[in-house]
Design a binder for this molecule. Structure first.
Ligand code: UDP
Ligand code: MG
Length: 323
């Protein structure tokens, strides 16, 4: 039997670009079905992430006009990662494979052919990897490169230049559902699930319309979240730093005592202040990093829901019954 595919598309304030890209997703589904790779009842699922513009109205209209479109809506804006998760968790019981992709047309839809092929060859996760970043600005390209370098250096294993354009089988998603953390960094979490995986390369182009929701500040946040969600290396680094500084201070104390007995001591206000500033800086940074982890633990123990679906364009029960 042919696998049923659901393309999961997170949308936040995308009224400009959605009408442009929605038909492209639909055409891709139809061409894949015509090629005999996926079943004809495959769908495009839009996840409205609490948009403040008319995104949800557009999704509702699309789903009324064409059966290929379905949509769910989050009760409020929760961010890209939670929106993707909501879509994947919703889709996992309705299909055999999911592909998550942004709705702005930046990720090459044609890479889906290769992704589905890799799935049919036995891969359960297929990462979409950007082969070129020609259209990104110099700044974005280099901050993004720094982002992956930093992540890997800090012990969060991520596929280089893979964002959240990815094919995942429902079998993997069933296992993934057991990863209960609320601090989400999906691209770093899927490699942890295991299963046979591969990468497919594509060129990333410019947004077809609308504006990016990922300015530098959000990128930095995502990087920091990725590191502290997936790795405890920063805490270990603090320990290492502490030890190095302890050794240096020990040497400093000996030096000071020797100087004292040699009669070289003068009122060293400047050096005292420098040392004081340095150590209080190190301590504050260290406490800050540890605090970040404690904050994460705090959020995790609450076990709050990671997404809340308030609306659907379809009857969930009925859809599950069709299986
Ligand atoms: N997005 C979302 N919730 C948010 C921010 C963004 O669902 O709070 C969606 C957005 O609609 C898009 C995707 O996440 O489909 C990626 O966002 P964007 O294109 O703005 O980021 P960039 O490609 O510039 O990194
Ligand atoms: Mg984008």
């Amino acid at each position: 039997m042919l696998p049923r595919l659901i393309i999961v598309v997170p949308c936040y304030n995308e009224q400009e670009v959605l009408p442009v890209t929605a038909p492209l997703f639909r055409e891709k589904l139809i061409s894949l079905a015509d090629a005999g790779k996926i079943s004809a009842d495959s769908r495009v699922m839009f996840v409205n992430d609490g948009s403040k513009d008319s995104t949800w109205e557009i999704i509702e209209r699309l789903s009324k006009e064409d059966e290929h479109y379905i949509g769910i809506s989050q009760s409020r804006n929760r961010g890209h990662q939670n929106a993707v998760l909501a879509g994947l968790m919703e889709a996992k019981d309705m299909c055999d494979i999911t592909i998550s992709i942004d709705c702005d047309g930046q990720d090459d839809i044609n890479a889906m052919d290769k992704m589905v092929e890799e799935y049919l060859n036995g891969c359960e996760i297929v990462y979409g990897v950007r082969s070129a970043r020609k259209t990104d600005t110099f700044f974005k390209r280099n901050t993004a490169r720094g982002f992956y370098k930093l992540l890997n250096f800090m012990g969060a294993e991520v596929v280089y230049d893979h964002a959240d354009y990815r094919l995942v089988s429902s079998r993997v998603l069933q296992e993934f559902a057991n990863f209960k953390e609320v601090n989400l960094f999906l691209r770093g979490m899927f490699p942890l699930v295991g299963f046979k995986s591969t990468s497919v390369y594509y060129e990333r182009s410019e947004r077809l319309a609308g504006k990016s929701h990922y300015p530098l500040s959000k990128m930095l946040n995502l990087a920091f979240d990725g590191i502290t969600s997936l790795s405890i290396k920063p805490i270990k680094m603090i320990l290492g730093l502490g030890m190095i500084i302890a050794v240096l201070s020990f040497v400093g104390v000996i030096w000071a005592v020797v100087q004292h007995f040699l009669g070289n001591t003068i009122t060293g206000w400047a050096s005292t202040v420098c040392i004081l500033c340095f150590f209080s800086g190190v301590q504050l940074i260290s406490i800050g990093v540890i605090g970040e982890y404690i904050g994460k633990i705090y959020m995790e123990v609450k076990q709050r829901p990671r997404y809340i679906i308030s609306d659907r364009t379809y009857d969930k029960q009925e859809n599950a019954d069709n299986e």
